[in-house]
Design a protein around this ligand. Structure first.
Ligand SMILES: [Zn+2]
Length: 332
């Protein structure tokens, strides 16, 4: 069953209706009910109408690829009201608020939560750029923010580290953020930054962290971290990626599939799509598909596929699952 998982209805047809349709589509593989993209960025939005138009444009392209909902990272307080208005009406849209390292603003956080934000976003980019101490999150001023987030049961989507090398395969540059920091005399490392986040997690037990981009660690380290920190999750953005013409090697697929099956509750699908008015184009669509393709090539059993594609993110962010939308007779 693990080796050649099928769509659950294949087994159903064995006996249903006296087995009349037994064997019909016997080769159908498990398919995601829908994708919940748990890592996207929202920019350039002020009104609910603008936000609605942007979502309509994005889903118009990706509905055919079963994008069902997304989690957007929002920084601009002027957009909070628009996010509230849209998230109340449109279950495709949920959002989290981004606070800067030097802005542990409880009131701003509360305003965002009042407007329906389902979590907090933190990004270490400005720390790597040398603009803040590497352990700024351990400052007294941040403790009440982490406590408030933990008590609310909402997760932190945290961009903690940054790969040093370029990654031409998926398009990432070399020494992003770090090169700027080195010019300012930065001497701390990715390991130092990761240790700060882990310390925050130890000091605030129960805090749930979605490590952006797999925390830029390999799978051996990730397994250790998962085993040690039950509140730690990762999203697949910028790390789980298969280009349009590529097919995973069998060994790699087996490795990744085993990893997913071992940690199938801890992995959230994400694409890091930067959504802004006028920015929806083939680039963004293909970026999303490269992320989705990587998961689909793993040939996961149905249950694990549903978890990674949407159920894990829904559980973490406290959202009820959606009815998959089907238009007409096909749902590609
Ligand atoms: Zn991002």
């Amino acid at each position: 069953m693990i080796d050649k998982p099928r769509s659950p209805d294949v087994a159903e047809r064995e006996t249903l209706d006296g087995g009349f349709s037994r064997g019909l589509g016997f080769f159908f593989q498990p398919s995601e009910a829908y994708w919940f993209d748990a890592h996207t960025h929202l920019r350039g939005i002020q009104t609910a109408a603008e936000l609605k138009a942007l979502l309509d444009a994005w889903f118009a392209r990706l509905d055919a690829y079963r994008l069902g909902r997304l989690l957007a990272i929002v920084k601009d307080e002027e957009a909070f009201e628009a996010c509230r208005a849209v998230s109340e009406k449109d279950e495709r849209f949920s959002w989290i608020v981004w606070l800067d390292p030097d802005n542990p603003d409880l009131e701003l956080l509360q305003h965002a939560f009042d407007c329906g934000a389902v979590g907090l976003k933190l990004h270490n980019a400005d720390i790597m750029r040398g603009l803040h101490p590497h352990d700024i999150w351990l400052a007294d001023a941040w403790a009440p923010v982490f406590d408030a987030v933990r008590e609310s049961g909402k997760p932190v989507l945290w961009h903690v580290t940054q790969r040093m090398s370029a990654s031409p395969y998926h398009g990432g540059g070399a020494e992003s953020y770090w090169s700027e920091g080195y010019r300012r005399g930065v001497t701390f490392t990715n390991e130092d930054l990761l240790q700060v986040t882990l310390k925050v997690m130890r000091e605030h037990p129960g805090l749930v962290v979605q490590g952006a981009h797999q925390l830029h660690v390999g799978f051996e380290r990730l397994a250790e971290l998962f085993d040690t920190y039950p509140g730690l999750y990762i999203d697949t953005s910028c790390a789980w990626f298969v280009r349009w013409a590529d097919v995973l090697y069998d060994e790699d697929r087996e490795f990744l599939r085993r990893f997913v099956l071992r940690f199938e509750d801890r992995i959230l699908f994400g694409s890091d799509a930067p959504l802004a008015p006028g920015a929806i184009d083939e680039y963004l669509v293909q970026g999303f598909l490269c992320h989705a393709r990587c998961i689909l090539q793993l040939r996961l059993p149905d249950e694990a596929l549903q978890r990674v594609s949407h159920l894990n993110a829904e559980r973490l962010y406290g959202l009820r699952s959606l009815e998959p939308v089907r238009r007409g007779n096909y749902r590609p």
